[in-house]
Write a protein that binds this ligand. Structure first.
Ligand code: CA
Length: 293
């Protein structure tokens, strides 16, 4: 069964499924989060897995609620980002099914705030078809898995089961390569246990590199990411900041995270420039850095 929102609407209309009309009517509008949708208070006799469905389209939301309830899940629904946060703060869910496109606060924002507040409930994100950037952003932002619309109910159920089996995994959306870490939530940079103070531009450069470990980023790409329009990628501004960044995250630690790729740009080593087997810093040959372009 395909569950695009249109398909959901069609199915609800065509099937007139048992209870379908009621539930669509009952769940339309913003009144879906209320006393009735909150847990009854711990007197359930069977342990049911509890799912929060965050979806702004009433018909899709209703279809998901019905399908999941039929599978035996306890289902709560939220129609926008703020409602989702309110519910997730009040109730311990086993998994959250989170649509990306939501009014108020989108799915990325909801997921990021949950993680920042230490809520590690598994999150399955629903993204638009073919939106690779959305999927990457969702996973970077702390989602555990994603499914693109339209999707099959079978696949949705399988992924939910997998996430529930695994349970919550504290996994801050920190960018990391080896022992080099950057926490977008706090804008802190670490090499091992040492916190490193970087400037705004150095932070932006490092974030861009850490989001694409092992990939060559050209000066044009870095300029576009880190500087205002109008800054020429042919000026030495990128090189100057890379040099100062190396002086903070690499040289003091005998590491070499940022590689110069001659004639192309810069690349961050996946191992953070300091492999686990690295020799102590004082024994690192000084000439291991490739020549500057
Ligand atoms: Ca939506």
């Amino acid at each position: 069964m395909a569950l695009s929102s249109k398909a959901a609407a069609d199915e609800a209309a065509v099937k007139g499924a048992p209870g379908g009309a009621d539930f669509i009517a009952a769940s339309s509008g913003a009144g879906t989060v209320g006393p009735g949708s909150l847990p009854a208070g711990g007197h359930a006799e069977e342990v049911r897995m509890r799912i929060l469905v965050v979806e702004d389209e009433p018909k899709m939301r209703a279809l998901l609620r019905r399908a999941l309830a039929e599978e035996g899940y306890a289902v709560d629904v939220a129609a926008d980002g703020p409602q989702a946060l309110t519910l997730a703060a009040a109730v311990s869910f086993d998994v959250v099914l989170l649509d990306v496109l939501l009014p108020g606060l989108d799915g990325f924002g909801v997921c990021a705030r949950l993680r920042r507040s230490g809520v590690w409930v598994p999150v399955l994100m629903l993204t638009a078809r073919d939106a690779v950037a959305d999927r990457v952003r969702g996973l970077d932002g702390g989602a555990d898995d994603y499914l693109t619309k339209p999707f099959s109910l079978e696949e949705l159920l399988a992924r939910l089961r997998a996430l529930i089996r695994r349970g919550p995994v504290p996994r801050p959306a920190v960018l990391q390569a080896g022992d080099l870490r950057l926490d977008p939530a706090t804008r802190a940079v670490y090499r091992g246990a040492a916190e490193i103070t970087v400037t705004g531009k150095e932070y932006a450069l490092l974030e861009a590199l850490l989001r694409h470990p092992g990939v060559v980023l050209t000066r044009e790409m870095l300029t576009e990411h880190c500087w205002d329009l109008g800054t020429s990628p042919y000026s030495n501004v990128v090189d100057a900041h890379i040099k100062s960044l190396r002086g903070k995250i690499d040289r003091p630690f005998g590491a070499q995270a940022i590689e110069t790729v001659r004639g192309a740009g810069y690349r961050l080593r996946r191992d953070g420039g300091r492999p686990a087997t690295a020799r102590p810093p004082e024994l690192q040959p000084a000439q291991t850095r490739p020549p500057r372009a």
